[in-house]
Design a protein around this ligand. Structure first.
Ligand code: ADP
Length: 176
């Protein structure tokens, strides 16, 4: 499993699966979620609605992930995961790590070999970027052997140079 950093818009990346930093409602939102639904078209929302009706009437629990079509996007699948809202009083990093683990598991399950992640919870959910990217990189690099075999490439996507630096630093930290 190769891990790379890429600066840009996740909706234009040609990988098998892109991950959406969604919310438990799964019916769209701001940030990367809004961008994915705008660029991918209505098919993604239709499938999200079905998932809400049949599997998660109360919403997708934070830390879990579900897969839909990618609609008009270059990717084949969108894997939606709901990250935790950052809290100073409570350590929610296990939930954030779980988002990456569960998304990779979903990717393996559907047969995706390449996957792109945004910096989950590091936008509207307020997680300090360096900490969010460290947790993410640890979770990705410590994914179970069967996942590491199935997934060839993980792209850590940065929408700004600040996040790009944080991803790169997190990868460096993991080697020291
Ligand atoms: P959350 O609610 O989980 O914090 P956000 O979408 O607000 O999710 O932000 C998560 C990260 O995704 C932030 O670093 C934000 O800059 C980034 N982001 C926003 N739009 C895009 C996009 N189109 N492609 C890649 N990353 C994006």
């Amino acid at each position: 499993m190769k891990v790379e950093v890429q600066l840009g818009d996740i909706t234009s990346i040609s990988v098998d699966a892109i991950v959406n930093a969604a919310n438990p409602g799964l019916l769209g939102g701001g940030g990367v979620d809004g961008a994915i639904h705008r660029a991918g078209g209505p098919k993604i929302l239709e499938e999200c609605q079905r998932i809400r009706e049949h599997r998660y009437p109360e919403g997708l629990p934070r830390g879990l992930a579900v897969t839909t079509t990618a609609g008009d996007l270059p990717a084949t699948w969108v894997i939606h995961t709901a990250g935790p809202i950052f809290s100073r009083g409570e350590d929610r990093s296990a939930i954030l790590a779980s988002c990456y683990r569960e998304s990779l598991k979903e990717a393996g399950r559907v047969g995706a070999r390449t996957i792109a992640f945004p910096a989950i919870s590091a936008g509207v959910y307020g997680w300090p970027v360096e900490d969010a990217t460290d947790i993410a990189v640890q979770a990705v690099l410590h994914s179970p052997p069967d996942v590491q075999e199935k997934i060839q490439k993980v792209i850590l996507v940065a929408f700004s140079p600040e996040v790009e630096n944080a991803w790169k630093q997190a990868l460096k930290n993991s080697k020291s």
